[in-house]
Write a protein that binds this ligand. Structure first.
Ligand SMILES: [Zn+2]
Length: 495
């Protein structure tokens, strides 16, 4: 379709017709696509530039040109997507995702999560533990463009202590299945180092849930872990002695665990902490802090009453989030204002450690850990970006965490995470300027969080050169939620 034809159509017909003409690009595979008139954020931390036209060919960014001097390309028979007034960013990478198919015994079939992720601008997820076989199958379907889903890197989980023989069996089997990496957690030193050694032999990167355990960040430094997830093992490695737990502390009780995690950062020796951060940076260990997954700990009411729950919270998740010792992270049966204050202070020290880590040259990435502790897929990720800003990073740096840094850690720094010629055409097209206000990334129907209601919202997420219309996917999610609520006779609590 030529621009001239399209322009005429738009002038002659009603606006809604033009919009639907644009929406018809949803999930359409074209060999070539021209995104016109876009303000471009490359992803590397440099300011926005443009307006440019982005010429996509065979799923890659083929050319980026000044919108005024590319009449030639605009006159070619290429499908066009008008991005006037928008900002175009590299597709976001969610470094801490869990693909889920049921929650609290309630069926939560795809594409529920896939749509939420894509509609939030997430074109790539690193899956840190799910149903490995099913997720590997979906990874292939996504890569082939057969399903509407983000690109997936599958890191199955090895949890707890195991003998070397058991570890070898597990890792050999995972390697045979074709996984991209491994997630470790809750291990003693022996298991962790044996598992890390095997991962190295098999050339599998490792994401480590760095808990309050026998091992801590010093072991990650020694093993050269690819990423540490969350944070606990960092201050834990900087304690003088052990944490000052009360006599009745029971680590198996999640209320205890999360309560006293809120008092961990303040006990770290700051001199030692500096050494730990130096060690992590020197060993090339990246940090995926998942700031958002603890937000309920510092402000439970905010998390419980998230404005997107009304339309988008699946009843399986709603049930799972209710306080229950059997649901991981649903520990709020005795949460107090004092706990929230400890956590608010906890965050301040954590933020400073993250900034110091980055200043020393450490690589910080972004992940959401959705499906737990009142965090919803995609929405939690966008909130994670705001928390990185709150930690003290400039929005351009936050976007770098979400794109360039995460791509690098995935070993994809040469193909993903930048709006650059030759890179995979993974793009987020947003109606508004995220550098002025990261909340423009929220869907437009989440009114309470958008200051200017005339702007905002991700309009398109492009993955492998295929455009997906975010409002169309969100509408489908609202329908899925409605249907499942009816089927399971669970009405969202605010209704
Ligand atoms: Zn997780």
């Amino acid at each position: 379709m030529k621009l001239t034809m399209k322009k005429t159509a738009c002038f002659l017909l009603f606006l809604s017709t033009c919009l639907s003409a644009q929406n018809s690009l949803h999930n359409q595979k074209n060999d070539e696509l021209l995104v016109t008139n876009a303000m471009v954020v490359v992803g590397v931390g440099t300011p926005a530039e443009g307006p440019y036209d982005i010429h996509i060919k065979d799923g890659k960014i083929h050319a980026i040109s000044g919108a005024k001097d590319d009449a030639e390309i605009r006159n070619k028979e290429i499908q066009q997507l008008d991005a006037t007034g928008t900002y175009v960013l590299p597709g976001f990478i969610n470094m801490h995702a869990h693909t889920m198919y049921t929650r609290a015994g309630i069926d939560m079939a795809q594409p529920y999560q896939h749509y939420l992720w894509l509609a939030s601008g997430i074109t790539t997820v690193r899956d840190l533990g799910s149903h490995t076989e099913v997720t590997l199958k979906e990874k292939k379907q996504s890569a082939d463009g057969d399903i509407i889903a983000p690109r997936m890197f599958v890191y199955p989980m090895i949890w707890g202590n195991h003998s070397e023989k058991e570890l070898k069996q597990k890792i050999t089997e995972f390697k045979k299945q074709g996984v991209d990496g491994l997630k470790f957690g809750s291990m003693d030193k022996q298991t962790f180092h044996a598992a890390s050694k095997l991962a190295k032999e098999y050339k599998l990167p490792v994401a480590n849930h760095v808990g309050v355990e026998d091992m801590n960040a010093w072991d990650n430094i020694e093993a050269g872990t690819t990423t540490i997830e969350h944070w606990y093992g960092v201050p834990d490695a900087a304690l003088n002695g052990v944490q000052n737990f009360p006599p009745d502390m029971n680590y198996s009780n999640e209320l205890h665990r999360f309560r006293y995690a809120g008092r961990l950062w303040r006990e770290a020796d700051l001199g030692k902490l500096d050494q730990v951060l130096d060690g992590l940076v020197e060993a090339g260990v990246a940090w995926d802090p998942t700031l958002v997954i603890y937000e309920a700990s510092r402000d439970l009411q905010r998390a419980v009453s998230s404005p997107w729950f009304k339309d988008y919270l699946h009843p399986g998740l709603e049930k799972f989030f209710q306080p229950n010792a059997d649901s991981h992270g649903s520990f709020f049966w005795g949460w107090t204002s004092s706990d929230e204050v400890f956590w608010k202070n906890n965050y301040q020290i954590w933020f400073k450690a993250l900034r110091d880590f980055a200043d020393k040259g450490g690589i910080i990435t972004t992940g959401e850990d959705g499906g737990y502790i009142y965090q919803l897929y995609g929405f939690g990720y966008l909130r994670e970006l705001q928390l990185h800003q709150e930690a003290g990073f400039h929005p351009l740096e936050v976007l770098k965490h979400a794109t360039v840094n995460s791509a690098k850690v995935l070993g994809q720094g040469d193909t993903l995470g930048q709006v650059r010629i030759g890179y995979t055409a993974d793009l987020v097209i947003v109606k508004g300027n995220p550098m002025a206000d990261l909340s423009v990334l929220w869907p437009r129907n989440i009114k309470p969080l958008t200051g200017d209601k005339s702007t905002g919202g991700i309009e398109w997420t492009i993955k492998d050169g295929i455009p997906y219309h975010a409002p169309t996917m969100l509408k489908a999610v609202r329908e899925m939620v409605k249907e499942s609520r009816k089927e399971n006779q669970i009405n969202y609590l605010v209704d």
